[in-house]
Design a binder for this molecule. Structure first.
Ligand code: SF4
Length: 280
């Protein structure tokens, strides 16, 4: 099946979206923080991402969701959230840790990955949202025809959701907190549950949806189980769910008693059993 961006490119819509994102960058509202800084003039907001793509890794990924691999995965430096247990810190949180690439380089890299047998191109980070302009430009330049995987924390604005519509082939979205207080305490992400719910619902109407639930120690009743209940109730179409047990107390987690440990096998079992009971 032809990737969606190929049609948007052919009818000029991709170019129109590039122009739209450039306008948005003048008062950036790409993510739910809506800093409204002028990134065209090199002002930086919460994510500290500028105009140029900064990348801290790019290679065929063979782990995690087996139905996607090998996945040409490109890791953008900088993030719109600040998870105290960030598993990729400091690279993923700090744009300066990434090397500057041009959009042309990204376009050629995607072609090379296609020749190497990758099944899709997977935009991740950090977080890809602040780099939407660069991503669209690279897709417009590439001759590759790989499906696009949007691999995100789900904390992006409704404007970004609209710009992704009809372009993304697979949404791979985190859904980590159901309790807004947990999202603020552990990721400095106000209103995260509502934003994630809105984007997950939009994604499932638009394309194939994959949800990642990273189970956090001590957050079974407040977050993991209510998330599963919500997914059961609200997602009517077929979707893929990955319940992840790979949490470890990285980065600043030692300062947070509840999550300063690995997830126990019992906790993980409780969540997966609960998912099965719900029929997920
Ligand atoms: S992407 Fe988000 S955090 Fe970064 S400048 Fe734009 S609104 Fe702010």
């Amino acid at each position: 099946m032809k990737p969606k961006f190929v049609s948007l490119k052919a009818n000029g819509e991709l170019q129109r979206r590039i122009s739209k994102v450039e306008e948005i960058l003048k008062r950036c509202v790409l993510c739910a923080r809506k800093c409204r800084v002028n990134r065209v003039k090199e002002e930086v907001g919460y994510c500290r991402v500028g105009k140029k793509p900064r990348i801290f890794g790019a290679h065929p990924h063979l782990g995690e969701e087996q139905i996607l691999v090998p996945s040409a995965t490109i890791f953008f430096a900088g993030c719109t959230m600040r998870c105290v247990y960030c598993q990729n810190a400091p690279e993923s949180l700090t744009p300066e840790h990434g090397r500057i690439w041009s959009e042309e380089e990204i376009a050629r890299w995607i072609e090379k990955m296609e020749q190497n047998g990758c099944r899709n191109v997977n935009f991740v980070g950090g977080e890809p949202t602040p780099y939407l302009w660069n991503i669209l430009k690279a897709l417009n330049l590439t001759n590759a025809k790989l499906p696009v995987v949007w691999n995100s924390n789900a904390y992006y604005s409704e404007q970004t959701a609209e710009l992704l519509k009809g372009l993304v082939d697979i949404y791979l979205l985190d859904f980590r907190y159901f309790n807004p207080k947990c999202a603020i305490e552990l990721s400095d992400a106000p209103n995260y549950p509502d934003v994630a719910k809105r984007n997950i619902l939009a994604a499932t109407k638009d394309s194939f949806l994959m949800v990642r639930l990273l189970v956090l120690p001590g957050h079974i009743e407040c977050c993991a189980k209510p998330i599963l209940r919500w997914l059961r109730k609200n997602i009517k179409r077929h979707f893929y769910l990955n319940i992840m047990d790979q949490y470890w107390p990285a980065y600043k987690a030692s300062g947070y008693a509840k999550i300063n440990r690995h997830l126990s096998p019992d906790e993980f079992r409780e969540v997966t059993e609960f998912a099965k009971e719900l029929g997920l």
